[in-house]
Design a binder for this molecule. Structure first.
Ligand SMILES: Nc1ncnc2c1ncn2[C@@H]1O[C@H](COP(=O)(O)OP(=O)(O)O)[C@@H](O)[C@H]1O
Ligand SMILES: [Mg+2]
Length: 1109
């Protein structure tokens, strides 16, 4: 939401009156009371028109924060309560928008807050003007020049802990957009006497204390300084420390500021070296020394300090020493050297210190200017801020040349204030076309004239005295003054011929008194001539120029012997006069903005408002006159637009809107309100109100009207609120009602709907049932009809069937009867042709035919001639069953015979053997089936061929039936050993496999039995006849791969030789005679882990176990 523009005025919530012009009644008391009232309420700013009166609060108020800056930014001067920011904003905007160069003139006594005010103005302008890296750097440099100059140019005085001891005018330059470009600082007459001597309760310039407190040990050592203030004669011991001032931290701030402003490190270093040198100069002391020629001479007491200064500044010690002892005067091309007495030596020392310091200060200003000067050549807008030392009066005639100069400067400022304020006021009336009558006010031009008049002015006379040949003293100067100025209204002196002050004991003889605009000031004439001369012996400036220190050298250009200038340099007074004149000229070209600072008390204390003190300041500042001048014409003025805006509610025609020019609106308004004609005047752009009372009346009316309006607004608002609420409630009610109605209707509808559905469903049910009933009836009728029809058809069909059956039976009977009849007829007819046994013959014939057919068919269906072919055709007739079987048997026998007939004798033998084997082992030994396919070879070992077995062959002369390698099982452990097994017609032989040596020979007659298992192994035992020769060694337990063949052949050979059948025992457990013992050989089902080979193991003495896989 856009922020509502609130038009405010300084008249809102005003404490007292914000603008003195509105003060009623106007007199000194009311003026001061108003200030006091405002001061007590923390309102330290009050206006007189566009002039800001500022009362030093002596404590920080929360009215300078960024929020305040924002508040005052771009607001009209009279829009908010009085503030220095309003003035700064007005000046800045006028500069930026109307292209008017500005100056801000800040005046007031020492300690009234001028310097603070100038800083506030600068910081405000810095805050509101353009932003950006470059602009910010410029701003920062401009702002940071302050701490540097304050450190070197400010000091604690009795009036102000941070009193500016120089005048400062700073031009801030802006570009057309209002962005700062840079600045130029002018400085005015530093109070250099402070360097060597300070009044009671005051301090030297801050920098000296800062350097001693804040510099590091190392840095101090470099500068040959000690931290102790009391070591330095130039630092008055009095109040060396200031409450609330931290010199050490300020030193850091200053160094930092110097860096920001752009001082190079070596420059900073040089600056501090000069400061140190000045401080140490104070410690040089002299003692008198009388010379023979009666001349007084002085001598440096302790040269150590001098030596250190010279080391620090690079000055030849002897040169400086000489400069402190002699003075060379050049007259008419002749150089005359005179010695200096102790007083002169001290004078020279102090002069050097003062000059060094003040020149250093000027150099600093120049150096800062170099840094902050605008970098472009484009046309600049300028805002000047003048912060000059305030009017200063010491008691007890302690006022000296410096105060005279300071007060002169203030006098000039007052002058310009009077001139510009009145001029501006007058010009405004002329601009606005208002009639203007001149107003009397005190014009201090006369005082200015007393001081600066070129012939009879005090400064002119001082110069004259200084230049005059002969003895010149302060007294001669005073005498002269007495002569020339005696008649001047503002000059007072006891010596003057004018008898007015002859008896005034308050005025010492060595003093003169000036009635300044701000009060009477008594000046002690002592030191005027000297200070005006500002004399530095040439020997010293030359010594300085010779320094091996670029800064010091640069500070004393006149010390260069090549540039000796015999002309006297301008006096301090004339220099100052000239620079003030330039300043005034400069100020006159700019639009002035005044800040008049007032000191509320002498104690630098917050909350204390010393009415007498303030009254004094008001008087000499001529503030009351200021108000009067402003009110003489018209107390209050305001452009038409804001005026109309503020008061338009007071008249029906202008409220709430006036359509037309603002001026006409204001005219209507004022007419309507019946304000007397002479109370106001219409300018070109502003309305001028003569008497504050009128304004206040307007304000009262406005306030009253505002209350009425507020009531009205409240009334309308309340009405509106109630109405809105009512409307809202009505709307709500309608919404609720509509929703409820809808809901009720919905409910009702649903009820009707469900009833309708129920009714409907009943009717539908009833209808359906009716239809169903009809349909069922119909169906039953149909079914009944069908049943009846079916029954009827059944009856008919059965009747028909019965009829047909009857008919068929009849027909069959007819046929049978007919056949019988025919048969009978035939038999009767053919009986005579048939024999008696013809039936049998037909039967046999038929049988014969069948048999014939059977055999013919069999011929074609014959199976193959293979004896193992099991096929045989099926029998065709049951009665041939036995025949058919017989025929099959015959055929099989026949084809077997046929098969046998093909065999040779040898084949026959083989088959005989195989047959024998079959008879012996078929279905008895598991090994048998595998042997069927293997032909029996008998001689597996070719004994006759192998020469190894020649001996064996020779030993056996009979025909060998079996020659084979067998394993003989060792009876002791069951292990096998290879043997050659030989079977001849009569014997069984076992021979060594390797050598062929015969191990045993058993005649077949001694073999009683052969035992073997029923399993798939090749073990067998050959049992021998007990008592026979061969049996002595025991039975043989052998194993062979051809067990079946060997057993068969052994059987057959034994049968043919002995005509006895060999006993072949097939059992899984049998006894074998081993020598004396009988051992049981037992066959068990073994594991497959040894492959398919049976293993034999001796289990114990009586058991040999053979594991067959
Ligand atoms: N606006 C202010 N707010 C708070 N303190 C202020 C203000 N103006 C001045 N002072 C106090 O008064 C002292 C003196 O002010 P200063 O500006 O140095 O006086 P002048 O320059 O007129 O001699 C400051 O050091 C500060 O303590
Ligand atoms: Mg100051």
């Amino acid at each position: 939401m856009a922020k509502m523009e609130v038009k405010t005025s300084l008249l809102d919530d005003m404490i007292g009156v914000g603008d003195m012009v509105l003060l009623e009644p106007l007199n000194e008391d009311s003026f001061i009371n108003n200030l006091k009232k405002r001061f007590d309420h923390n309102e330290v700013y009050t206006y007189i028109g566009s002039v800001v009166i500022s009362i030093n609060p002596y404590r920080s108020l929360p009215i300078y924060n960024p929020e305040k800056v924002e508040e005052y930014r771009n607001r009209n001067f009279y829009e908010l309560s009085p503030h220095i920011f309003a003035l700064a904003d007005e000046a800045y905007r006028s500069l930026r928008d109307q292209d008017k160069d500005q100056c801000i003139l800040i005046t007031g006594e020492s300690g009234a807050g001028k310097t603070e005010a100038s800083k506030l103005v600068m910081s405000y302008v810095a805050a509101v003007c353009g932003k950006g890296a470059e602009v910010n750097q410029v701003k920062e440099q401009l702002l940071q020049s302050n701490p540097v100059l304050e450190a070197f140019g400010n000091a604690k005085t009795v009036r102000n802990d941070n009193s500016s001891r120089f005048g400062k005018y700073m031009d801030i330059e802006f570009d057309f957009k209002g962005d700062p470009l840079g600045g130029v600082i002018s400085n005015y007459l530093l109070e250099k006497s402070r360097v060597v001597k300070q009044p009671r309760g005051e301090r030297n310039f801050h920098i000296f204390y800062q350097i001693l407190s804040g510099a590091s040990e190392e840095f101090l050592c470099k500068l040959k300084l000690e931290r102790d203030f009391s070591r330095y004669n130039y630092l008055g011991l009095d109040s060396a420390r200031v409450n609330g001032v931290d010199d050490a931290s300020n030193f850091r701030t200053v160094r930092n500021a110097m860096q920001i402003v752009g001082f190079m490190d070596h420059e900073t270093q040089s600056v501090f070296e000069v400061v140190a040198a000045v401080l140490k100069l104070g410690n040089i002391e002299f003692k008198p020394e009388s010379r023979a020629n009666g001349l007084d001479e002085s001598k440096i007491k302790d040269k150590n300090e001098l030596k250190e200064i010279c080391e620090l500044t690079g000055i030849d010690q002897s040169v400086l020493e000489r400069a402190f002892s002699f003075r060379t005067v050049e007259a008419k091309q002749e150089k005359v050297s005179t010695t200096l007495n102790v007083a002169q030596a001290y004078y020279a020392r102090d002069a050097l210190a003062k000059n060094l310091y003040s020149r250093l200060f000027s150099w600093l200003v120049t150096r800062i200017n170099e840094s902050i000067k605008a970098q472009t050549k484009v046309r600049k807008k300028v805002m000047g801020v003048l912060d000059i030392y305030g009017f200063e009066i010491f008691e007890n005639a302690d006022n000296s040349f410096e105060q005279f100069i300071i007060n002169y400067c203030n006098e000039k400022l007052q002058q310009i204030f009077i001139e510009l304020t009145l001029k501006e006021e007058q010009e405004e009336y002329i601009r606005e076309g208002i009639e203007w009558t001149h107003i009397e006010y005190f014009n201090n031009a006369i005082i200015c004239d007393l001081i600066e008049n070129n012939q009879t002015g005090i400064l002119a006379m001082l110069d004259e005295e200084c230049l005059r040949p002969g003895t010149v003293t302060d007294d001669t100067f005073l005498e002269k003054l007495n002569q020339v100025c005696a008649t001047h209204q503002h000059f007072e002196s006891r010596m003057s011929k004018c008898s007015r002050f002859l008896n005034d004991t308050s005025l010492p003889h060595s003093c003169f008194r000036i009635q300044h605009y701000a009060g009477k000031v008594m000046y002690q004439v002592e030191g005027f001539v000297d200070k005006n001369n500002d004399l530095l012996y040439r020997d010293l400036s030359q010594a300085m120029w010779k320094a091996n220190h670029s800064l010091i050298k640069a500070l004393f250009p006149e010390g260069n012997p090549a540039k000796i200038n015999l002309k006297r340099p301008p006096t301090a007074g004339s220099q100052f006069k000239a620079s003030v004149a330039t300043l005034m000229k400069n100020l006159q070209t700019k639009n002035p903005n005044y800040i008049r600072c007032i000191k509320p008390n002498d104690k630098k204390a917050a909350h204390i408002f010393n009415e007498a003190l303030v009254c004094h300041q008001i008087r000499y500042l001529g503030l009351l006159e200021n108000v009067r001048v402003r009110r003489a014409g018209y107390a209050f003025r305001q452009p038409y637009e804001p005026c109309l805006e503020r008061y338009k509610m007071l008249c029906k025609q202008t409220w709430p809107h006036w359509r037309g020019p603002a001026r006409a609106g204001v005219e209507v308004l004022f007419n309507e309100l019946g304000i007397p004609e002479d109370e106001f005047s219409f300018g070109r752009s502003k309305i001028f109100i003569r008497n504050p009372r009128t304004l206040f009346k307007l304000e009262d009316l406005r306030k009253q009207r505002l209350e009425d309006l507020a009531t009205l607004i409240e009334k309308i608002y309340r009405g509106w609120k109630c109405r809105t609420r009512f409307l809202l409630m009505k709307k709500c009610q309608i919404v609720i009602a509509s929703w409820y109605r809808r809901y009720a209707q919905q409910k009702k509808y649903q009820k009707i709907k469900s009833s309708a559905i129920t009714v409907q469903s009943y009717i539908r049910g009833w209808k359906a049932r009716k239809v169903l009933r009809e349909l069922k009836h119909l169906k039953r009728c149909n079914e009944a009809a069908t049943v009846i029809a079916a029954y009827w058809h059944g009856t008919q069909a059965r009747r028909e069937l019965k009829r047909l059956k009857e008919e068929a039976r009849r027909k069959h009977a007819v046929a049978v009867i007919w056949a019988y009849w025919l048969g009978l007829k035939v038999r009767r007819e053919y009986r005579k042709f048939f024999r008696a046994n013809a039936g049998r013959k037909i039967y046999e014939f038929t049988l014969q035919r069948l048999m014939q057919k059977y055999f013919l068919e069999m011929k074609n269906k014959m199976p193959s001639l293979s004896p193992i072919d099991k096929n045989w055709p099926a029998r065709p007739y049951l009665f041939l069953d036995s025949t058919h079987k017989e025929l099959k048997r015959i055929f099989h026998l026949w084809r077997c015979k046929k098969y046998r007939d093909q065999f040779t004798d040898q084949q026959k033998l083989i088959y005989e053997e195989k047959l024998e084997a079959s008879e012996l082992f078929k279905d008895k030994k598991a090994l048998y089936p595998a042997s069927v396919g293997q032909p029996f070879q008998g001689a597996y070992l070719e004994i006759s061929e192998n020469p190894k077995y020649k001996k064996l062959k020779d030993a056996v002369d009979e025909k060998i039936i079996i020659a084979e390698v067998v394993n003989k099982i060792n009876r002791a452990n069951g292990k096998a050993a290879s043997r050659i097994f030989l079977l001849t017609k009569n014997n069984v032989l076992l021979a060594d496999q390797k050598s062929g040596t015969i191990k045993s020979e058993v005649p077949l007659g001694d073999v009683t039995k052969v035992s073997m298992s029923s399993q798939n192994d090749g073990f067998f035992a050959v049992h021998l006849k007990e008592g026979s020769e061969a049996a002595s060694k025991g039975d043989f337990l052998l194993s062979s791969d051809h067990l079946i063949e060997m057993a068969t052949k052994l059987y057959r050979t034994t049968l043919s030789q002995t005509k006895q059948k060999l006993n072949i025992e097939i059992s899984d457990e049998f006894l074998v005679q081993f020598k004396q013992d009988k051992v049981c050989v037992k066959f068990i089902q073994g594991s497959q882990k040894n492959g398919n080979i049976p293993t034999c193991k001796r289990k114990n003495n009586r058991l040999l176990e053979v594991a067959v896989p």
